[in-house]
Structures are given as structure tokens and as C-alpha cells.
Design a protein around this ligand. Sequence first.
Ligand code: CMC
Length: 429
Amino acid sequence: MEETAKILIDGTTFELPIVTGSEGEKAIDISRLLRETGLVTLDPGFVNTANCQSAVTFVDGEKGILRYRGIPVEQLAEHSTFVETAYLLINGELPTQEQLNGFSVLLNDHSLVHEDMRAFFEHFPRWAHPMGILSSMVNALRAFYPEIPTRTEEEEINITVTRLLSKVRTMAAMSYKIFRGHKTVYPRHDLTYPENFLNMMFDSPVRPYVIDEEVVRALNVFWILHADHEQNCSTAAVRLVGSAKVNLYAAISAGICALWGPLHGGANQAVVEMLGQIHESGGDLAPFLARARDKKDPFRLMGFGHRVYKTYDPRGRIMKQVCDKVLGKVTREDPLLEIAQRLEEVALKDPYFIDHHLYPNIDFYSGILLRAMGIPVNMFTVMFAIGRLPGWISQWKESTDDPNWKLQRPRQIYVGPNERAYVPVRKRG
Ligand code: CMC
């Protein structure tokens, strides 16, 4: 028998279906509530609202579990590559060797950026944030790569997806080179996806870049850990904007804008800035912890807390291990790592953090890892964006293929003034 929930409104009982997910989590389906009762539900920040049914990513925030298409992220971080994980997320299954080779060839074929787009790049102010540049450039891709009417919808989507995955990486490296006032580096056919990125970022005519396998591995893991995280703010933005049937470039551009925020992807930059402030102020953690506990102070300990995880973020744990490895390898002393380790130790024993279930999240160690790789702070969120692309794309695909697809349009409870007459300006005040 179908499980239901009962709701009593003004003496009348309404029955609502209960939906059960494949991992046993339950939700009350309220999609008929308005029609049947005239009432909407109020849930600011969607803290209690599932926006869709999704088969892409499973997160259990109490137990600290994260799986892409059923596969634990720990296994992917250990054995997979970013390109293979992207294939898994977008297509639902791990590729055969032949499929993987084909996908890699396509990514290589689409890695160049239209030469006319360089003019765009060159006219951004040098101090422009790379996330602003990236979202504009991704949106502009539609103009440079218009739809070809003779292609089927499926062909068009496949080519757009490959273009995005490949060109975003090239554009990210280009924006860094232009920001530095250096000549941009073209992608190379003989390098893998992360190798190519590192080479485009750091190769220079006066100092050829030497690829280090440990750094390449770390970058693969960094991107795998960021590849999807179910209905987070930027993915919800991609789904919402995508629901208006805009092209995929525009939907992804919206996701990049959402990710930019310091409460979301921008936290990796904010963490390093905060650790830098602690370092500059002499390394004493107490004033920062006191500020984080103070309700009147808007300051938050960046890299701590998560809407879903109420335990250690599983991605944070892996990131910390990779961080230790890479820092050991590049033998670049980083005083911020020592501060981060101390801060973590102290915060995990602090009653405020224990009571509020605040644990380190993915961003706590990711900035230190990126610094060790030589990535500049203002590129941190761009690194997150490259990693999150497969997730955005797979979630967008899932939402457009959904037989229950709907334009996303939330309701509200109006609390403004009741009807009143317009007053001409001469009679006001
Ligand atoms: N430092 C101090 N207090 C905090 C923090 C923090 N980092 N995070 C949450 N709290 C407190 C908050 O003040 C509130 O306290 P009270 O109940 O006493 O009023 C309580 O914990 C719940 O906070 P909330 O803002 O209602 O929780 P949320 O689920 O809306 O917030 C969050 C999640 C990630 C926005 C928040 O924890 C935060 O601002 N963290 C710092 C920014 C950060 O590291 N963001 C990266 C998130 S992981 C990457 C990603 O997925 O994008």
C-alpha cells in the first residue's frame, strides 16, 4: 500500500503521497497541495525542500557519505581520473576503454578557443576577477558557436557538453595568462586534461613547464572531489535557469555566478585570506574563534560548516591527505597549513563548534593545496568551477530529460502593504 502523510487543515484531512528514494530517504510529495487546499508551503532557503528526484549523486550528511552514480567518492579519488569521472557523471556509467579514448579525443579536438574570443579577453580590465570573466566568456560561447540546424538535438547537446568541458579549461588558463600580461599557451594534443591545464597555466618561453605526476594526480583528485554535490546553490541555479529553456552555455554561466559567492565556491579563497589574516596578526587563534562564536559579529570561520554535512565533509578528509602529500613533494613550506591544522584541532574541541555540528568542509584545505600547486588565490574559485562542470551538465541533462519537467517558479507569501492609492509627487511628504 502506498505510504501517505496526513495533513489537517480547518478540520479537513488531506492525504499526501510519500516518495522513497533508493537509499530509503523519504519525502512528502506536496505538488498537489496548492490545487487541493489553496495553501503553499513556506521554506526559506529550501532547507527542507527537495527540488527534484535525481539519480546523479547521493549525499548522507549525517554519516558523511558522498557517491557519484553509486560509486563512493573515496574510490574515484583513488582510482579514477577527472575525465573518467566526468564521463560517469554525464552518462551514468563508467566508460569502456574505447569510450574513454573517444571522449578524450573529443575533448582534445574541442580544446581550442575561437581566435576572435581573445579580443574579448584582452579588453577586460587587468584587475577583473576571473570568475566574472569566465561567466561572461561561457555565455559568449553561444555567439561564437551557434546551433547548427542540420544537427539532431542529441548531437547538438553532445558537442556543447564537450566544448564546455574542454574550452572552459582553456579559457581559465588564458584568463590567468592575460591577467599576468603573458602570452597565452595553446593546448597540446599529447597531454592529458589536467596536464594540459597546468601546461597552459605555467609554461613560458623563458621557463618551460615540467609536468610533475604527483601534482597531476592531486589536480585529478581536486577536480574529482568537486565534480558534483547534488542540489547545491550553483547546481540549483543551473537547473532553475535551465528550466526556462535557455541554452546550456547560459545555464552554466548562471552556475558560475552562483559559485562565485563566498558562502559557496568562493569559500576556498576566503579560507586562505582568513588564514593569512591569522598569520599576519601573529598566529593567535583565540580572537578569530571568539568572533566566530559572537552572534552580533557577522564573521564566520571560513571552511567550517555545511548545509548538508553535520559531520566531517568526506571530501575535506581526502583533500587534507592530498594536501599533505603535495606539500611534502613540492617541499614548499606553507605557514598557512600549520595554522589550518591548529585551527581544525582547536575548533573540533570547541563547544560552540561541537554544538553547532561545524566541521571542516571541502574548502578548508583545498586553498592550501592550490597554493602548493602555484595557483594564484584569485583563480581558486575558477578551479572549483572547472571541477563542478560535469555535475552541472549532468544535472541539467537530467532535468531537461525529466518527464515531470516544469518551469521552476517558486511561490511566496506576500507581507507588503495592502492596496493603497498612487500619490502624485507634489502631494508626497
Ligand atoms: N562559523 C561560525 N558559525 C557558523 C558557521 C561558521 N563557519 N557556519 C554556521 N555557523 C552557525 C550559524 O551562526 C548558526 O548559528 P545559530 O544557530 O546559533 O544562529 C548555525 O551555525 C547554523 O548556521 P546557518 O547559516 O543557518 O547554516 P547553513 O546551513 O545555512 O550554512 C554555510 C551553511 C556553509 C553557509 C555556513 O556553515 C557558512 O557560512 N560556512 C562558512 C562558509 C563556507 O565555508 N562555505 C563553504 C561551504 S562548502 C562548499 C560548498 O558546498 O559550496
